[in-house]
Write a protein that binds this ligand. Structure first.
Ligand SMILES: Cc1cc2nc3c(=O)[nH]c(=O)nc-3n(C[C@H](O)[C@H](O)[C@H](O)COP(=O)(O)OP(=O)(O)OC[C@H]3O[C@@H](n4cnc5c(N)ncnc54)[C@H](O)[C@@H]3O)c2cc1C
Length: 412
């Protein structure tokens, strides 16, 4: 009898797993279940839709015919509410039991709400799905003043949306720099200037204590802990994700702010795998557990998980993740784990050009490049090779750096 594979989640991790499974196991039964109402689309492009720069059609990746053509049973609008690893069955919200030989959990995360008064008022948005983007677009187009909260990679999308839609906005940040765990004030100032040019003013040392609403329950202002009031009819909140682990919390599957998997994407239950944002994976480069929140990484994890579901141990996940910001007229790239490590070096290498490299035990584990992406492949290569550079970090900061500029390795 052919094997049956069930995939929960039709984001890029789940969908790329389905594609690989179909190639590697032509006879297998494959079911993919998603609580969303549409099949795979490009989640990283929905911000361009909300900015008003892209129509809906090019954002879709798979139409329903793709699943029929690949003999994949697609269940839209279906929530998996239970995983029974003793009997190898998942149960949907409608009570349907779907049995599997092997299960892939590619269930990602859900944006966190601010734990403050009126956080769910009309006009306050979180950003994860295409449906969210439609709501954001409609709301921001009708807005005059905005507030953005969450000084990270998703928060800046809200800032760019306000900028593109001519909404004057305040970007409330806790510290003194956007993405302060990865950028110093010097690097972040390039981002602050770019936001200000688009009518989005960073407000440092701030946050939200409560929102005020009108009689119809629509947001009218955000009030910070010092009592400063920022009038707004649109607010974008991006303060982080809650990983969707509650689905497996009553099972023996190991969870630790994500689903724990080995380098082959397998959980501690032999026939259950996980892929994408949801995983706490064994990072062979970092030499500890890692978690990525990036499209390319999720795609690769889906592919690797599928290969190992067909033949366990066939290929480990070894990947340097990257994440670009394309809202401004200069490039921005973060790679690897720029917020981790025990040391870092940074430099301004030219007008509007800044770089920072994070190191652990003298080896590169991530970084951020602004304005000049030319050392990208050199840094990623050194990271993949886990080469010791701790005694010549100044060389990494030289404009035009290439791997050949390094002296031969002196330490293991
Ligand atoms: C606005 C935005 C912009 C982004 N920009 C970038 C970028 O520029 N570059 C980059 O690299 N990354 C970007 N990302 C991050 C990137 O999109 C994610 O890392 C990637 O999509 C994760 O894929 P995934 O398949 O792991 O999870 P998801 O895409 O989150 O897919 C998980 C799916 O599982 C479904 N699901 C969860 N629980 C259940 C259940 N119980 N039953 C059924 N279905 C369930 C969810 O609804 C969802 O559809 C961005 C993300 C967003 C939201």
């Amino acid at each position: 009898m052919s094997e049956s594979y069930v995939i929960v989640g039709d984001g890029i991790a789940g969908a790329s797993a389905a594609e690989t499974l179909r190639e590697r196991a032509p006879e297998a039964e494959i079911t993919i279940i998603t609580d969303e109402g549409e099949p795979l689309y490009n989640r990283i492009l929905i911000k361009e839709f909300a900015k008003g720069k892209l129509p809906e059609a090019p954002i879709s990746i798979h139409d329903e015919d793709w699943y029929a053509d690949h003999d994949v049973d697609l269940r839209l609008n279906t929530v998996v509410v239970d995983v029974d690893v003793e009997n190898d069955v998942v149960t949907t919200h409608e009570g349907e039991a779907i049995a599997y030989d092997k299960l892939l959990l590619a269930i990602g995360g859900t944006p966190q709400q601010l734990p403050v008064e009126n956080a769910d008022a009309d006009g306050i948005h979180h950003f994860w799905t295409f449906q969210d983007a439609r709501g954001i677009k409609e709301s921001v187009e009708a807005a005059e003043r905005g507030v953005v909260v969450g000084a990270g990679l998703l928060g800046i999308d809200f800032a760019a949306i306000c900028g593109a839609q001519d909404v004057e906005a305040k970007y409330l940040m806790r510290g003194e720099a956007w993405w302060r765990y990865a950028l110093s004030k010097e690097g972040a100032s390039i981002m602050h200037d770019a936001m200000s040019e688009r009518g989005v003013e960073p407000v440092f040392g701030s946050g939200v204590d409560r929102f005020e609403v009108d009689d119809d329950g629509h947001v009218t202002a955000a009030v910070d802990p010092d009592g400063n009031r920022y009038e707004c009819d649109f607010a974008g909140i991006a303060i982080g994700l809650d990983f969707n682990t509650e689905l497996v919390e009553d099972t023996p599957i190991e969870v630790d702010n994500g689903i724990v998997v080995d380098e082959f994407m397998r959980t501690n239950v032999d026939n259950v795998f996980a892929a994408g944002d949801i995983t706490q994976f064994t990072d062979l480069i970092l030499d500890e557990r890692g978690q990525n929140g990036a499209w390319g990484s999720a795609k690769e994890q889906g592919t690797i998980a599928a290969r190992n579901m067909v033949e366990y141990g066939s290929e480990p996940f070894v990947w340097v993740s990257s994440y670009s910001i394309t809202h401004f007229d200069f490039p921005f790239l973060s790679f690897g784990h720029p917020t981790l490590g025990d040391d870092s070096v940074e430099a301004t290498t030219g007008e509007g050009e800044w770089r920072r490299v994070a190191l652990k035990d003298g080896r590169i584990i991530g970084g951020v490049l602004i304005g000049d992406l030319s050392p990208q492949s050199a840094f990623k290569k050194l990271m993949r090779e886990q080469r010791y550079v701790g005694d010549q970090t100044d060389v990494l900061m030289q404009p035009g750096f290439s791997v050949d500029d390094l002296a031969p390795q002196t330490e293991p």
